[in-house]
Write a protein that binds this ligand. Sequence first.
Ligand code: ZN
Length: 509
Amino acid sequence: MKQIKNFKIAVLIVITSIVTLISCNKDDDSANIELNSVTNYKTPKYIFYFIGDGMGAPQINVTEAALNEPEFQSTRTKSVGIGSLNLRQLPVTGMQTTHAEDRYITGSAASATALATGYKTSIGTIAMNSSHTKDYKTIAEMAKQKGLKVGIVSSVSIDHATPACFYAHTDSRSKYQDIGQDLINSNFDYFAGGSVRHNKYKNYSITNFINDASSNGYTYINTRSAFDALNKESGKVIATLEKFKTNTSDGCALPYLIDLDALNSPNDKITLSEFTAKGIELLDNDKGFFLMVEGGKIDWACHANDVVSSIYNTIEFDKAIGIAINFYKKHPNETLIVVTGDHECGGLTLGYSSTGYQTAFNLLQYQSMSYVEFENKVRNWAKTKNATFQTALNQAQAAFGLGNASLNSNLGISDYERNLLQNAFNRSMTGESTHEPEEISVIYGSYDPFTITITHILNNKAGIDWASYKHTAVPIPVFAMGQGMYEFSGYYDNTDVAKKIIKIAQLNK
Ligand SMILES: [Zn+2]
């Protein structure tokens, strides 16, 4: 009896072992197949890194929703196909978490340090550890050391937190003079976009900056003709807009795309996608290049809860991605494109309490200027004290379509909305309000009350809402195309994006 039992146990052990062996083999085989498709790639020598500041999934999605409307297919955006962005062509998608070392909701310096170096750091720190005792080497510096040419392009100032994290090391993102010095000393080949924040310099000026840059071999240009004339023989270049040599309006950022047509000087109309195309032209060489492009004003528009300005700038950012995709098609075996954001901004969502399941994105197409341009008008009224509530409403109608029921009956203003606008207008003109101070920060943030009430009402009518005037902590999509792209599949941390690029492009070798 005991023998039979032992025999039964022995048989059971043998069967179990065989089953385990078979299933193990099966697992090993499938793991190998998966691993091969992930690791079977060539080392890319052309690396594109696109960072949409403040660009989470909602910012992408609302842009595609708007692209079905005629105005968003206008001359400003004509190269974009209806209803879909170029980034849809990137075959691999992942998702990254964004928290900083010392705060769950990140800021652009900490998140860009993660995306540029593979390390977490504290809020406000540029490519250093959180105790500010050690510099973190950036992937752009690694690329330069490896012999690749390096370009840094941004639609905000080129010393802003996101671009700075690729070439500067400092304990504070607001140390613009130090960041400017690091820029000049980086020896990178191409800087383009907005200017440097020279109004933040002490005993130093834009002229000093340009002189020092030129001593280090940089050509500084700020006109359309000089930009068009740039070529492979131009050497190291800093390319910016004309107006920033004398003023620093709107943080030295390129104008919002929605405001571009209204500008006069061609020297101030060079766009992010043009700076990107020029970068490829100048950097292209046999050893390869690393090009980082930041869509910086998607974030600024979302801080101000202005979805239309965010949409136009996302379209422009995507146009730059389209240029990289065209380059990829000519060099598929040597190119990697990675597109992501540093964090979401504004808590943007598609859906609003009083519109329920309904959306009306067509209402967004009547907005014709950014919140910044409209704010300037409102501030001027407050100064000159010459605007009545009715003139303000007329101006809102002209700039946003809001209140023009003949364009679309949904644009009509209800008594409730009129009341919101009246309260906001009073606050904009006199600083007075019937609201409690705590309520003020919820309904207006730190923005002009009348302007932000207009964007809120217009956005809500379209079925869009906002939870914040700051960043949020939701995970951010990552898109990849080209050599090593499968590495970007999955759900990981923002530090892993840089680590993956370093590994794929062998930047630390
Ligand atoms: Zn921001």
